[in-house]
Design a protein around this ligand. Structure first.
Ligand code: AHG
Ligand code: MN
Ligand code: MN
Length: 310
């Protein structure tokens, strides 16, 4: 079943369904840019963003594509993008806010490692984008990898749809994603090892212990695209850890448009996320581009790590 027919059979809020269809069309445009149109989408744009990071050409292309899609939907009040310091105001009467990372994993674009787009949908209120993640109405990511897959969480369920590249339709591939309670994959950038909390190193060292027959018990996997690392661990079980480091004292990942949507999807897939101080979804943001330490994955693995902190 394709996404449009699937949504027709569901009694979700029709405005949220339309936003999913906007993401569908924007992501197909991004897919075509990456895989079909061989115009120049690789390399740096030569600009820096609000995060003072090198902006890749595909960051801007994806940003423009999604803003254009959302600008045609009068129920969307404004967009907060990783690539824009200020919000993009769309429809004054719009009921919804969309926070997005239009292209996640930019450092991987030129080396053919999967990248993604991440979306968080909130209802507009006096707090605007500065709302705790537990108030999200919908969260979605698209991963452009060996296949292009759209994953979203709405009303306690998590679904995935895989793009048929011939018909350009997203076809239902998983109708009730639940993350295994336990896993054997740990995902952390070990390049940060000398500047992170020792309790995290203690936990990862336990993952590296051999079993009684001298065999490894876990495996390390870290590709540097949050969407790809999360997607693998969500399906197979595992834990992703990006703590605060000496050069990222608040963590690397942005709360509102990276951690909140991923944490919302994780929660609906019976997985768990934390900043190591509190549940990610309970953090009330004070700044739109603020970062947070981020741990997400199989319940038992996250609880085991947290036991070192309690
Ligand atoms: P973005 O490309 O949108 O800036 O996100 C990159 C993020 C995330 O996708 C990934 O997990 C993390 O940065 C990797 O950071 P390091 O390169 O420091 O490991
Ligand atoms: Mn990102
Ligand atoms: Mn990005």
């Amino acid at each position: 079943m394709n996404l449009s027919n699937f949504l027709k059979n569901k009694n979700y809020n029709s405005e949220l369904k339309n936003i999913l269809l906007n993401i569908q069309s924007g992501s197909i445009e991004v897919y075509k840019k990456i895989n079909e149109e061989n115009n120049d989408v690789l390399g740096s744009s030569g600009q820096k963003n609000i995060q003072n990071e090198e902006v890749q050409k595909l960051d801007i292309i994806a940003n423009d594509i999604f803003i254009d899609c959302f600008s045609k939907n009068s129920t969307i009040h404004s967009v907060l993008s990783e690539e824009n310091e200020d919000t993009i105001d769309l429809s004054n009467s719009g009921k919804y806010l969309i926070a997005m990372d239009p292209l996640d994993g930019s450092s991987n674009i030129d080396v053919n490692i999967p990248v993604g787009s991440i979306f968080s949908i909130l209802e507009n209120n006096i707090n605007h984008f500065l709302q705790a993640g537990k108030h999200q109405k919908l969260a979605c990511y698209v991963i452009y990898g060996t296949s292009t897959v759209m994953v979203f969480a709405i009303e306690n369920d998590v679904f995935s749809f895989t793009l048929n590249t011939k018909t350009k339709e997203y076809i239902l591939s998983h109708d009730n994603i639940k993350t295994p309670e336990d896993g054997t994959i740990f995902s952390i950038n070990e390049g940060n090892y000398n500047s992170i909390d020792n309790r995290i190193i203690e936990y990862v060292n336990i993952c590296k212990n051999l079993n009684s027959s001298g065999k490894r018990t876990h495996t390390g996997r870290f590709v540097g695209s949050l969407v790809a690392d999360f997607h693998r661990n969500m399906l197979k079980g595992g834990i992703f850890i990006y703590p605060k480091t000496s050069d990222k004292p608040h963590g690397q990942l942005r709360l509102i448009y990276e951690c909140n949507p991923i944490a919302f999807i994780a929660k609906n897939a019976n997985a768990k996320s934390t900043s190591l101080d509190q549940d990610i979804l309970s953090i009330i943001p004070s700044k739109m581009h603020q970062r947070t330490p981020f741990v997400v994955g199989s319940n038992n693995m996250v609880n085991k790590l947290l036991s070192f902190f309690n």
